[in-house]
Ligand binder design. Structure first.
Ligand code: UT7
Length: 332
């Protein structure tokens, strides 16, 4: 693990935008493809529906409107963005990076731009990297996108994975601010558990039967998820000299409401402090936490001065937390 580092620089999120595909797919619709039911999916995962990209929609088609909204909220001219990081496992293509495509599309002509792969934890890794670049003076205005179009990787005959995932993206702007926004980060990975969630045939390793679909050992990932959500939250709070009572809003990765309930109970969060959107979006991978931020901002739960804890976990296996004070005015 790196970090459990307390952050020292006055850097925060100054703009936020999200985008999901228009197409809603219900549990009942999925039961036309595989032997499943609305009842099973709701009881075991809490998911009611998810968004599915059209054949023409790629990640950048979701990331771009999210990015434009984030820049508008921040009041930042795209020309002033000097760093673009896109956290994803479903870029438009392996190269050029989706980050470079986004930088070009918004007119951030000379910005450094790259994609980052850390599974569903990607957005947390990207936030920490952007923070580090800004704090170290390597960049001044960063755009961080988290998003995935996992439906491209669905095996439409595998009920053990098909029902869990959805498509979506979010973007944030990071800048120096007069007060401290980010308070700390904690990131880690356990490559030994990588085979529990993987995508064969997606890179330079040859497989006898290439099958570019998500493979998952659900029970193993469930055990990993419930453990790291609790551990990572406890580690970062301890490092930042804070307790659960100090946290106003908890945004865990949205994979399964049972995983979230488990972590919430163990940590001792009252339910009103916990953001849940997995019921509407399913698991959107790197999109899940920015979508959670947007929900909390929209329903008024995210207010200036509040302490926000975000924890992601996913393929790698990876995990990561960020603790921050929300510094944006409600009217922003
Ligand atoms: O970002 C990280 C990504 N992934 C995750 O976080 C996923 C973590 N894992 C999970 O959320 C859960 O393990 C699942 C939702 C994937 C599965 O729930 P579970 O309670 O662990 O179910 P299970 O795998 O133990 O399966 C129970 C039964 C099995 O039938 P039998 O063997 O008991 O007859 C499965 O075949 O449920 C069956 N099953 C289904 N039935 C209807 C599995 N998937 C389905 C389905 N519909 N979609």
């Amino acid at each position: 693990m790196i970090g459990s580092a307390q952050a020292g620089a006055d850097i925060s999120i100054t703009g936020l935008g999200v985008k999901v595909p228009d197409r809603v797919m219900t549990n009942d619709e999925l039961s036309q493809f595989v032997d499943t039911s609305d009842e099973w999916i709701r009881e075991r995962t809490g998911i009611r529906e998810r968004r599915i990209a059209s054949d023409e929609e790629a990640l950048s088609d979701l990331a771009l409107p999210a990015t434009r909204d984030a820049l508008a909220m921040a009041g930042v001219d795209p020309k002033d963005v000097d760093l673009v990081i896109v956290a994803t496992v479903t870029p438009d293509m392996m190269f050029p990076s989706t980050a470079a495509l986004i930088a070009d599309a918004i007119g951030a002509a000379d910005a450094a731009a790259y994609d980052l792969s850390a599974g569903c934890t990607g957005f947390m890794y990207a936030l920490a990297q952007a923070y580090g670049m800004l704090a170290g003076g390597l960049a001044h205005r960063a755009l961080v996108v988290g998003g995935d179009v996992l439906s491209r990787l669905f095996d439409w005959t595998d009920r053990s994975t098909l029902v869990l995932f959805g498509d979506g993206a979010g973007a944030v702007v990071l800048e120096s601010v007069p007060e401290q926004g980010f308070l700390g980060f904690e990131l880690g990975a356990d490559g030994g558990g990588g085979e529990s969630l993987w995508l064969p045939g997606s890179g330079s390793r040859n497989f006898e039967e290439p099958d570019r679909h998500i493979k998952m050992n659900g029970r193993e990932v469930f055990k990993f998820a419930t453990r790291v959500l609790v551990q990572s939250a406890q580690d970062i709070l301890a490092k930042c000299d804070m307790t659960i009572e100090d946290v106003d809003l908890y945004i865990p990765h949205q994979a399964n409401v049972r995983i979230i309930d488990h972590a919430t109970r163990k940590l001792g969060f009252p339910s009103e402090k916990v953001v849940i959107n997995v019921d509407r979006y399913g698991n959107t991978s790197s999109g899940s936490i920015p979508l959670g931020l947007a929900d909390a901002l929209a329903d008024g739960r995210l207010q200036k001065g509040q302490i926000v804890l975000m924890t992601g976990m996913g393929a790698g296996l990876t995990w990561g937390s960020a603790l921050m004070r929300w510094t944006m005015d409600a009217a922003a």
